[in-house]
Design a protein around this ligand. Sequence first.
Ligand code: ZN
Length: 228
Amino acid sequence: MQREVIVRLDDVRDLSPRLEAIWRVLERNGAAVHLGAIPVDVTEPYAQDLLARADRSPVPVTVQQHGYRHVNHSSGKRKFEFDDERTFVEQRDDLQQGRDALIRLFGDRFDRVFVPPWDRCGAHGMRALAELGFAGISVIATSSAPDHPQVPKVLMTTDPVQWKPVAMHRPWDQTLREVQSTLDATGYAGIELHHEIMDDDAAQGLDWLLGQLHGVRYPTMREKAQRG
Ligand SMILES: [Zn+2]
């Protein structure tokens, strides 16, 4: 069975030292780099830096749209930028502005896959993504985001962070076991990362984990979404 892994980086704004460190780990392991960029936070100079870095990278580098402002609009306990409390039109306008900004900033490196903040998206958001011609949505496998026939899902199966009570990376051998059992069961695993909370130990843990995955392919989200 072909074994495939996708690694996603969330909350990208600029080429920060921590992003650079994780980017190098991915390169060392031959993994495609997926930059989930927050449209309103990426300035023109930030984008130029990221593009120049991407051009020097020996692995495929693509940009995804991570929300629009990355703010919570939900009155409930769970955070949502794109839930069903705001109108369809409000959400579509946000998604469109974000999409247009990333097309302008990143051109073809932007693959038109949407990564909703907190891995959550409601039915209005899904419909808006379809209407705006998004190539897909990437969410964690346990996400409540409804299915939409025109918006393929690129699932993340593993989040190495335990978020509560304080965010910390679980032991990397535990995360590896989770990734390997998912790979054994389905031939695919998706790992979502938050590089800005990854210290040197976490970067080393990730490097070690990827080094244990023998014979896996690292497709891009674009490729995976196209396959449906
Ligand atoms: Zn985020």
